[in-house]
Design a protein around this ligand. Structure first.
Ligand SMILES: Nc1ncnc2c1ncn2[C@@H]1O[C@H](COP(=O)(O)OP(=O)(O)OP(=O)(O)O)[C@@H](O)[C@H]1O
Ligand SMILES: [Mg+2]
Length: 403
């Protein structure tokens, strides 16, 4: 069972579902010299897709952490090739443009200087040129990846600050021009922000948004059951697939616990049957218990999180609207700022749009201050949308013990 329904970083060959031939697509795009952006909510299979699709390729993989600078990202990627150089990337004139709605969009013309090798043979002076107009240093960086035959992979790219994502967009554009396609993995729900940061990336980057439909989720369950020689009733498969709220990671967990509840340990010669829903119900109950250590503090602490530049009381009202005035459907789709304001007006009639935006911008910091990591909710700033990144919250809200 552990090999079949698993949360391991290594994809299971028994339950890996290659939906819509995405594996092939990832390889095809990279072979064609274009970048790939794999994005989707937490536990949607971004890392498994990267691992499975590129299992035969040489990768220079960097796990982006909050607070990491673009220069550190490139340095670590080079480090994977055994190249130790200091790289400095500075973004200047990071422009914020005000859009018609009064919100600020974090993009505009920038000057980036890249230099490497303070102590290397090929000394360079600090340049201040926009990347992509032939900065020697970036050509050098690109050369390292080409010589090594490695594909740079930037995982959890969303952890980088807006400024550093912005800088990376320019670096990636230049790497693309030097024939070094990159893979970017992170949590977004819409088209990749990189394109907003650097319009020239449009057409040079293939967006792969991970979504799971009901049939694909069912396929995870049935292929695992097949591997274990377990016969599971259709309604039970449906029940598990529904409870996962399109988080394939949660589904794997639910299946694993269901097997345990049903007493299935390993494949047997004679098929084992799971025909009543008790095991699955019990599994859902156990899963809710497990995740309550994440969501119970989330619901308790977010209301008290520091307001920052935002409005006092905003997080309290937001929390109480979750699962109520802000319903399941909206949370699954994501809401724009006006929907959020609309949902909170009953509790806070004076709430203004710009205050709501300020509070939403502070959401990441507020969750961090409240000890909620990784974040459950996120604000997609370029698009001004609130997104539920951890879908397990929906299962928790639905099934949590009342009282
Ligand atoms: N293609 C797939 N087929 C079946 N199960 C999958 C697939 N992809 C992912 N899973 C399940 O979902 C779990 C989470 O996947 P993965 O770690 O790739 O998600 P992620 O999107 O990278 O999450 P995070 O945002 O936390 O980095 C896996 O451990 C596995 O159980
Ligand atoms: Mg991942």
């Amino acid at each position: 069972v552990e090999d079949v329904f698993t949360m391991n970083p290594e994809p299971s060959r028994f339950t890996y579902i290659d939906r819509a031939r995405l594996d092939h697509k990832v390889r095809q795009v990279l072979d064609g010299g274009r970048h790939v952006a794999i994005h989707g909510e937490s536990k949607f299979g971004k890392s498994w897709l990267r691992a499975n699709a590129l299992s035969k390729k040489k990768l220079a993989r960097v796990q982006c952490m909050p607070g990491m600078k673009a220069s550190a990202v490139i340095e670590q990627a080079l480090g994977q090739l055994g190249v130790t150089e200091t790289v400095s990337i500075s973004v200047e004139n990071f422009a914020t443009r005000t859009d018609e709605g009064g919100g600020t969009l974090g993009y505009g013309p920038a000057e980036i200087s890249v230099r490497h090798g303070e102590n290397s043979g090929t000394r360079e002076t600090a340049e201040k040129k926009p990347v992509g107009v032939g900065t020697d240093s970036l050509a050098w960086v690109a050369q390292q990846f080409r010589d090594n035959g490695s594909i740079p992979v930037f995982e959890d790219f969303h952890n980088l600050s807006t400024v550093d994502q912005f800088a990376m967009a320019y670096v990636m554009k230049a790497l693309g021009e030097w024939n070094v396609p990159c893979v970017v993995v992170g949590i977004w729900t819409d088209t990749h922000q990189l394109k907003l940061y650097n319009g020239e990336l449009d057409g040079r980057i293939e967006d792969i948004r991970l979504r799971w439909n009901f049939e694909e989720l069912r396929a995870v369950v049935t292929s695992g059951c097949g591997a274990l020689n377990v016969v599971m009733g259709d309604e039970i498969v449906d029940m598990l697939a529904r409870a996962a709220y399109s988080s394939v990671g949660l589904l794997q967990e639910l299946c694993f616990i269901t097997m345990d509840e049903a007493g299935v340990r390993r494949r047997q010669l004679r098929s084992q049957r799971i025909e009543n829903s008790e095991a699955a119900s019990a599994a859902i109950g156990r899963a809710v218990e497990q995740i309550s250590s994440r969501f119970e503090p989330f619901l308790r602490k977010l209301p008290e999180a520091p307001a920052g530049e935002g409005r006092e009381g905003f997080y309290r009202h937001l929390t109480s609207a979750l699962g109520g005035r802000i319903g399941e459907g909206e949370l699954l789709e994501g809401l724009d700022v006006d929907d959020v304001v609309g949902a909170l007006l009953i509790d806070d009639p004076d709430l203004g749009r710009s205050e709501a935006v300020a509070s939403l911008k502070n959401l990441e910091a507020a969750q961090r201050a409240a000890g909620i990591r990784p974040p459950v909710l996120a604000y997609d700033e370029p698009r001004e949308r609130l997104i539920l990144v951890d879908r397990r919250l929906l299962l928790f809200l639905k099934e949590k013990p009342t009282g």
